[in-house]
Design a protein around this ligand. Structure first.
Ligand SMILES: *[C@@H]1O[C@H](CO)[C@@H](O)[C@H](O)[C@H]1NC(C)=O
Ligand SMILES: *[C@@H]1O[C@H](CO)[C@@H](O)[C@H](O)[C@H]1NC(C)=O
Ligand SMILES: *[C@@H]1O[C@H](CO)[C@@H](O)[C@H](O)[C@H]1NC(C)=O
Ligand SMILES: *[C@@H]1O[C@H](CO)[C@@H](O)[C@H](O)[C@H]1NC(C)=O
Length: 530
């Protein structure tokens, strides 16, 4: 009896000690891109890892508002000033930029922000550090491939988290070639049912992306990696292209219910919707504002990067006029204490708890810039949307939302008071929009487990299995001609050619020989006769 008790107590102690040791990992978590929306999404993953008891060293641009005893922050200082390089006022008046220009823009931003971050004194200390140990490096899957060198430096596996959805290069890194016949390029808003000209353009853009990325952009990343890691790491540095093919796992912001089906690999995990939490209590003033609105509420926000205060004054005026004509109450995320003549049904606040507001059943419409995270929140809570896209993926998200039937769109530079009022009223009073919104919402919520929980599960899985090499297909490391079976097809063609050509040659030889023999025989015959 006593022996048994002793044994179970011992067991308990051993389990507790081992459990603590085995389960708390040291993770280097990096989000060098300065745009706030990217970090707001990434921080959800970081927080969940902390809550699971791991130790996180976090390199990013935004000091946390919720400190944690196991969180060490490396805040880039100063952080990269995007508006200085890409002025905001150009965004509001932006003319059509070609897909090719957009790609170039991403590469340029990637190059500038990567170098800016690698120059930071604290980052250089991390690069030079001798006694640091990490079990895993997590990096935003964006345009910062030089940072993959941290995985090599700390000899640990790498997981990336993608904000923007799938790009061809993610497929390649995991070992599949994206079929351009059915998968539109990241920048395009086609469906998987493309016409001939759409497929042709898609193939052209995708090929351009693949070639310039491989031969221009990635060599730049290699140069940056060598410039900043060269002195800190002994021996030759690996190629960033190889490090990319060595990424263990990619967590991608995509969801089966709203994004196109595509071929995949076990190392590609969809975590769209990971940032959506159960609604929390609203601040008292906003709560009573929404509760009291007998005709419902319209919520308006341009997101975290573009500020409503950056808008040209005539647009602000148009919005105010339009809102003033509505029966509904309007909540506007406006980043200044005053806005001029505020209609009585409009309330402005510098900051709004967007997720919790959209969760309120009295919110009838979300006017947004079509950013991916806001769109997903709107979808989750089943709120119809009026999208006014400005830049980047916002146009693409908007086209998709309109196609799904729960949204309408306006062009910012051309919108006027009439357009605003009629679109807002249509979205509120025609029930088809709400119906579509509820349908999509139901699909979007139907998950075997919460996407954030799934993400953390796979992150721990990669650490538990030391990089989980078994998730990776050899396709990632295979030369293109082998992957496409060009060598086999070449061989088969050669065999076929030989099988036809050789017998034919032999027959011809035989025939010639016979013909020659016959001719000689005939000649001799003639000679004899003569
Ligand atoms: C921080 O880490 C220590 C050691 O791994 C652990 O015992 C503790 O519970 C963690 N703190 C929190 C708040 O999770
Ligand atoms: C790829 O990752 C594994 C561990 O996940 C590591 O052992 C290997 O050295 C890495 N290869 C390169 C080129 O860094
Ligand atoms: C909302 O209604 C309650 C009770 O009807 C009232 O006390 C409160 O002042 C109202 N709030 C607003 C913002 O109108
Ligand atoms: C912001 O508010 C201040 C006063 O609070 C006002 O003077 C200023 O014009 C406002 N700026 C904008 C862009 O509305």
């Amino acid at each position: 009896m006593q022996m048994q008790l002793l044994r179970s107590v011992l067991c308990c102690v051993v389990l507790t000690i081992c459990g603590l040791d085995a389960d708390a990992y040291r993770i280097l978590f990096m989000g060098p891109f300065p745009a706030p929306s990217h970090w707001m999404w990434l921080e959800h993953f970081q927080r969940d890892l902390l809550e699971r008891g791991h130790h996180v060293t976090s390199l990013n641009n935004h000091p946390t508002k919720k400190p944690h005893e196991n969180l060490t922050e490396i805040i880039l200082n100063p952080s990269f000033d995007i508006p200085k390089h890409f002025p905001k006022k150009n965004i509001f008046t932006m003319r059509f930029a070609s897909d090719f220009q957009n790609l170039q823009l991403w590469w340029k931003i990637g190059e500038l922000t990567t170098e800016h971050a690698l120059q930071d004194a604290q980052v250089r200390r991390l690069i030079d550090s001798q006694d640091e140990h990490f079990d895993l490096v997590i990096l935003e899957q964006f345009f910062h491939e030089a940072f993959l060198m941290f995985g090599h430096k700390f000899k640990c596996p790498v997981v990336t988290i993608g904000t923007m959805g799938y790009a061809d290069n993610m497929d390649h890194a995991m070992g599949i070639l994206t079929p351009w016949s059915v998968i539109p390029h990241l920048l395009l808003s086609h469906t998987d049912k493309m016409t001939f000209s759409q497929r042709a353009y898609n193939a052209y853009l995708s090929l351009y992306d693949a070639v310039i990325r491989r031969w221009h952009y990635m060599p730049l990343m290699q140069q940056l990696a060598e410039k900043y890691f060269g002195s800190a790491i002994e021996g030759a540095l690996p190629n960033v292209l190889d490090l990319e093919r060595n990424i263990s796992l990619m967590l991608i912001n995509s969801h089966r219910s709203v994004d196109l089906p595509r071929p995949s690999m076990p190392g590609l995990i969809n975590v769209g919707g990971a940032h959506i939490r159960p609604a929390q209590k609203l601040p008292a003033d906003i709560q009573s504002f929404i509760d009291n609105a007998t005709h419902g509420v319209v919520y308006f926000s341009l997101g975290s990067y573009m500020k409503s205060t950056d808008m040209p004054p005539e647009k602000t005026e148009q919005l105010l006029q339009a809102f003033g004509r509505l029966k509904q109450q309007v909540l506007w995320k406006y980043e200044n204490a005053s806005i001029g003549q505020l209609p009585p049904n409009v309330m402005i606040r510098k900051w709004m708890p967007q997720n919790d507001i959209l969760a309120h059943p009295n919110v009838k419409l979300f006017i947004s810039h079509g950013g991916i995270f806001g769109t997903q929140e709107g979808i989750y809570w089943g709120v119809p949307m009026l999208c006014i896209p400005l830049y980047g993926d916002q146009h693409r998200n908007t086209i998709k939302s309109v196609r799904e039937g729960y949204a309408r769109s306006l062009v910012f530079s051309k919108m006027n008071v009439e357009d605003l009022v009629s679109n807002i009223e249509m979205l509120i009073y025609e029930p088809a929009y709400k119906q579509s919104a509820l349908e999509v919402s139901k699909r979007f919520r139907d998950n075997p487990m919460h996407p954030l929980e799934e993400a953390s599960y796979w992150i721990e899985y990669v650490i538990r299995h030391r990089g989980a090499g078994h998730l990776k297909s050899q396709g990632a490391h295979m030369p293109l001609h082998q992957y496409l079976l060009l060598d086999v097809i070449g061989c088969a063609l050669l065999a076929l050619w030989l099988a036809v050509w050789l017998p034919w040659r032999m027959l011809r030889k035989l025939y010639n020989w016979w013909a020659a023999a016959a001719a000689t025989a005939q000649k001799q015959e003639t000679k004899k006769r003569l």
